[in-house]
Design a protein around this ligand. Structure first.
Ligand SMILES: Cc1cc2nc3c(=O)[nH]c(=O)nc-3n(C[C@H](O)[C@H](O)[C@H](O)COP(=O)(O)OP(=O)(O)OC[C@H]3O[C@@H](n4cnc5c(N)ncnc54)[C@H](O)[C@@H]3O)c2cc1C
Length: 438
């Protein structure tokens, strides 16, 4: 059996690693011309369930590389008001979580590093410069992928892991198109060691922090701190991976990433926003959230304009069941979601693990359509729970509803003071049934 994966992103590469490890013949076709084209410099938060799925897909040495090149483990998720009043801090060390555990912990990884790690050992399994356009079926039922340069490849299974604007999904499941949430996230980075970051309360440097604000805006801040060797060098990537030295340099500075989310119209119309320079966008954000605590404003002010960007936030609706076959999809291609549950990449890796297991069973003799159908059901069930959570968080955050905001803040403040409730919330965040230590 030969499996063709379209897209060398987080989900596609995890699946390729898993299949290769199990001895299944696999190729990945990626439209980028090189492994370092169009690199996106933000960090990805990998939750314990994502770490476990990744560990199941990757050979032990590649998973070890993921662990050693990920940042210092995140131990907290804090909620603050825009005036920097603490509402609650969920601290995983309070429920006895070992933040250095190989899999059962929260990890923060630079997306650039993560992609390089996922490529480790795949060699010529990954074909760059291959933009998929469409597929056709052969008389014998096999599937042929066509690429924009006129080349084609034929295999037994085609997996669309080609992200939000998936060409595979567009052809295979046109009814499953993703939707614009109407909200955007503006983000930027500030060095962790600088004055601006030092002015923030401690939980802003031990994990993620939400800023609940009035007026339909909310903030999310997250720290990325590299592990360092005994000489202070960041344990990010080895130059042996062939990454551009300039990128390696950019990928070694500890930073705090800030995001301000709101409905698009709060920042102006789509066209005007697209035409703005990074400096204009930063000024616009500062003006929009001008009543926030001066230390938060200083953080935004001090971000390098090279790191400031705007992301339109997409979501998706669970499609009606369809008849499974030898074409399928995973990750953002089928369940794009806003980043408000920190779950998109985690869900893509879970898909990869689920599909890998099913395809290995097919290689061992199980019927293909039944196996793909079983994968699709499991994938839709787990991923659309995450989509619903991400949508809910986003809607709450940008709602501009003073009463609801006041109620939510009062609840968090109370929960923050009541140990058992706080620990229960921490355990739920960590994916545990109940706190291990009360
Ligand atoms: C700012 C930001 C922060 C985020 N933070 C988090 C986080 O903390 N935690 C988390 O879980 N998620 C996070 N996400 C979401 C996460 O990045 C995505 O959900 C994840 O990358 C999806 O993985 P994927 O493999 O489905 O798609 P991708 O990683 O997007 O990969 C798709 C690949 O397909 C390729 N491709 C596209 N079209 C074609 C074609 N026609 N032919 C060939 N190749 C093609 C692309 O070039 C790309 O390499 C964040 C997203 C953003 C924007």
């Amino acid at each position: 059996m030969h499996v063709m994966i379209i897209g060398a992103g987080i989900g596609g590469l995890s699946l390729a690693q898993g299949l290769k490890q199990a001895g299944v013949d696999v190729t990945v076709h990626e439209r980028d011309r090189t492994r370092t084209e169009r690199l996106q410099g933000y960090r990805i938060h990998v939750a314990p369930y994502g770490c476990r799925a990744l560990n199941a897909c990757l050979p032990a040495d590649v998973y070890d590389l993921f662990v050693s090149t990920s940042g210092q483990a995140n131990s907290t998720l804090a909620f603050y008001t825009e005036k920097l009043d603490e509402l609650i801090t969920l601290d995983t060390t309070e429920i006895g979580m070992d933040t250095d555990h190989r899999t059962d912990t929260f990890r923060s990884v630079s997306r650039i590093t993560f992609r390089e790690v996922l490529l480790a050992g795949l060699g010529d399994i990954v074909h760059f410069g291959r933009a998929f356009t469409h597929y056709t079926h052969e008389r014998d039922g096999r599937v042929t992928a066509h690429f924009s340069d006129g080349t084609r490849a034929t295999g037994d299974v085609l997996v669309g892991a080609d992200g939000t604007n998936s060409a595979v999904r567009t052809q295979y499941l046109p009814q499953a198109a993703h939707a614009d949430t109407g909200a955007v996230a503006v983000s930027g980075k500030v060095p962790l060691g600088g004055d601006a970051a030092r002015l923030l309360p401690r939980p802003f440097s031990t994990g993620g922090a939400m800023v609940l604000a009035p007026g339909g805006y909310f903030g999310f801040l997250a720290v990325h701190e590299f592990r360092r060797d005994e000489r202070g060098g960041a344990l990010s990537l080895s130059p042996d991976f062939g990454i551009d030295p300039q990128l390696l340099l950019d990928n070694t500075t500890d930073y705090v990433m800030w995001n301000v989310l709101a409905k698009r119209e709060k920042f102006g119309d789509r066209k005007a926003l697209a035409a703005m320079s990074a400096e204009e966008i930063r000024t616009l954000v500062l003006r929009s959230v001008g009543t926030w605590h001066p230390h938060l404003l200083r953080l935004i002010e001090e971000s390098d304009t090279g790191t400031v960007s705007v992301h339109a936030l997409h979501t998706s609706r669970r499609p009606k069941p369809w008849a499974p076959g030898n074409v399928t999809v995973l990750g953002d291609a089928i369940h794009a979601m806003p980043p408000t549950a920190g779950a998109g990449a985690n869900a893509a890796v879970v898909d990869a693990e689920l599909l890998c297991r099913r395809l290995v069973a097919v290689a061992e003799g199980q019927e293909l359509a039944a196996a793909v159908g079983a994968y699709e059901k499991d994938m839709l069930d787990h991923a659309f729970t995450k989509v619903a959570a991400a949508n809910r968080n986003l809607e709450q955050g940008v709602a501009d509803n003073r009463l609801a905001l006041a109620g939510f803040k009062a609840f968090l403040r109370l929960a923050g003071r009541v140990g058992p409730i706080r620990r229960k919330m921490t355990a739920a965040m960590a994916g545990q049934q109940s706190p291990r230590s009360a």
